[in-house]
Design a protein around this ligand. Structure first.
Ligand code: SF4
Length: 81
């Protein structure tokens, strides 16, 4: 098990990320895997909005960020275009 957020991560919100120290595989489920474990961690994360903003801005294609799956983020980006 390794930290999902790198301890040297210099994004200002990363220090408060609830996923620090969690199993990163929870945040990168396979296509047929249930994403609920990672989403449950995000649900109690105090920096969820910052994380989501980052993921959209950085066009993070893979994984769970800010309480969203990659499919949900694609939909959000399409809607805002
Ligand atoms: S919202 Fe989720 S992925 Fe983002 S920092 Fe918080 S726990 Fe980690």
């Amino acid at each position: 098990m390794t930290a999902f957020m790198n301890p040297d991560d210099d994004r200002p919100w990363a220090a408060r990320a609830e996923c620090r120290g969690e199993d990163p595989t929870m945040f990168f489920p396979g296509t047929d895997d249930d994403p609920s474990l990672g989403l449950a961690v995000c649900a109690r994360c105090p920096v969820r909005q910052e994380c989501l903003d980052y993921a959209i801005e950085a066009r993070e294609r893979y994984g769970i960020w800010g309480g969203t799956t990659e499919r949900q983020r694609r939909r959000m980006v399409r809607r805002s275009a």
